[in-house]
Each structure stands twice: as structure tokens, then as C-alpha cells.
Design a protein. Structure first.
Length: 288
């Protein structure tokens, strides 16, 4: 009979079940998140959370106790060095189960089991919700209780009270007239201030427009002067180019004349040579 056996055996015997849970616990410590069935995740949660609580006390005894369950040195060092520091302020509830749907084939419920302090997205969301849900409550005002007391008034006091009431009635109209006069004065002052502001704005506009016109004029005059200055050098350049071209033509013409003179001299020398030859031939003929 299964009396008082409320935990899930997971269809395994004790040795197989404990070996499976120790392997799952060590893989969860190393990777901070694993995917498994919902039944195994619930069994793992009740198996690993006491070990995480034991890791808060970093002593040789607690390390040996955790090692007897996990049988893995690397997972024990990871648990006591990193996870224990990050979980030190959390009083239980170190894991979270997120259901992901049913598995194809056997239609088993699947989930992700993870360590709470290593899911940064969920931590940021919880911090934002805490910041938004802060409300300021106003203190309730204390109720003032007035005790009703009977007042006995003498005839002399009644007369004094009636005189005070009449005096206040006479003074009240004066105050009302004074307030009306002050209101009218305030309105007049407001109108004067508005008119002054409008006049100052118009003056500013006129003063701004004048410098703009002056700037435009100065720019036009400057552009005209620049164009004049540019035109003058162009004319001078044209003149200098004309003089230069005339001088070059003259220089080119002079050597031509000099080159022509030697031709004439050569012709003359040839003619004189031919005449001398003729004279010489004539002399020879005569002698013969």
C-alpha cells in the first residue's frame, strides 16, 4: 500500500530516480536553464532548492553534503562560488517553471526550469512594475469636534454687539468701493503694459528692417565695385596683349629683311664672277 507516499516516483526505482535527479541538478547549476517535462521539473525543484540553501553556508561540511547528492566537483564549485553569492539575499524560491506546451509523440507537458536570478529580462520587468506601483497616500485630516456650550448674554453685551454689527455694515461698502477702484486701476495698468509691449515690438521690427536694407545696399555697391575692378584689368590685359602682338610681328618681320639681303649679295657676286670670266676669255682670244 502507498500510504503517505505523496512524491512522484517518475516510473523509476530509487537508484535510477536519484541518479537522474542528481544529473539534472548538476546540469541546471552549470547551464542555469534546462528543458524537461513538468513532472520531472517539479521533482527537481524539491531536490535542488535545499542544496542551494545549503550553499549559503560556505563550509567544508556543507560542501561535502552537497557533493554527496551531486557527485560532481565542477557543479559544486559553481554552486558555492557564483550562485550562492547571487542568491544570498533571496529567502527561498530559487527556481522558476515556465510551461512551453505539449510534446509531439506522447503529448507530455513540457516546460523550462531556470534559476530566478539569472533571467535578466524578468528581473528588469519586475523592477519596472515595482517602480510604477508606488502610490502616495495623503494623510486623513483630523475631524474637529466642537462642543456645544450654552452662552448667556447680558443686555449690555447685546448693545455692544449691535453697535459692532452696524459699524461693520458701514465699513463694508467702503471696502467694496476700494476693491472696485483697485481692480479698475489694475486693468488700466494692464492695458498700458500691453500697449507698451506692442510699441516696443513694432520698434524692434523697424530697427531690424533698416539694417537689412542698408546691408542690401552695401552688398549691391560692393558687387558693382568688384565688377568695375574686374573690367579694368581686363581692358589693360587686352591692351598689353595688343602691344605684345604688334612687337612680336615687328620682330618677326625684321629677320626676314635681313635674310633677304644676303640673297641679293650672292646674285651680285655671281654676276661679277661671270663678267670676270667673260673678260678673261676675251683677253685670251685676243692674245691668240
Amino acid at each position: 500500500m502507498r500510504h503517505r507516499k505523496s512524491f512522484n516516483h517518475l516510473g523509476r526505482k530509487k537508484a535510477h530516480r536519484s541518479a537522474m535527479l542528481s544529473n539534472m541538478a548538476s546540469s541546471l547549476i552549470m547551464s542555469k536553464k534546462i528543458e524537461t517535462t513538468v513532472a520531472k521539473a517539479k521533482a527537481l525543484r524539491s531536490y535542488i532548492e535545499p542544496l542551494i540553501t545549503k550553499s549559503k553556508d560556505d563550509s567544508t561540511h556543507s560542501r561535502r553534503v552537497v557533493f554527496s547528492y551531486l557527485q560532481n566537483k565542477e557543479s559544486v564549485t559553481e554552486l558555492f562560488r557564483e550562485i550562492a553569492v547571487k542568491i544570498s539575499e533571496r529567502p527561498g524560491g530559487y527556481t522558476r517553471i515556465l510551461k512551453t506546451g505539449n510534446r509531439l509523440g506522447d503529448n507530455a507537458e513540457m516546460c523550462i526550469i531556470e534559476l530566478v536570478d539569472y533571467n535578466e529580462n524578468m528581473l528588469a520587468a519586475t523592477q519596472e512594475t515595482k517602480a510604477k506601483t508606488t502610490k502616495r497616500r495623503k494623510r486623513a485630516k483630523k475631524k474637529t469636534t466642537t462642543a456645544q456650550t450654552e452662552i448667556t448674554v447680558t443686555p449690555t453685551e447685546k448693545a455692544a454687539l449691535t453697535e459692532e454689527v452696524t459699524s461693520t455694515k458701514e465699513v463694508a461698502p467702503i471696502k467694496e468701493t476700494e476693491t472696485k477702484e483697485t481692480e479698475t486701476k489694475v486693468e488700466d495698468n494692464k492695458q498700458d503694459i500691453v500697449e507698451k509691449v506692442v510699441e516696443s515690438k513694432e520698434e524692434k521690427k523697424t530697427t531690424e528692417e533698416k539694417p537689412k536694407k542698408d546691408i542690401v545696399k552695401t552688398q549691391d555697391s560692393a558687387s558693382k565695385e568688384e565688377t568695375k575692378k574686374e573690367e579694368k584689368p581686363k581692358k589693360d590685359i587686352v591692351k598689353t596683349q595688343g602691344f605684345a602682338s604688334q612687337e612680336e610681328t615687328k620682330k618677326e618681320e625684321k629677320p626676314k629683311v635681313k635674310a633677304e639681303k644676303p640673297k641679293k649679295d650672292i646674285v651680285k657676286t655671281q654676276d661679277s664672277a661671270s663678267q670676270e670670266e667673260k673678260t678673261n676669255t676675251d683677253k685670251d682670244n685676243k692674245e691668240n
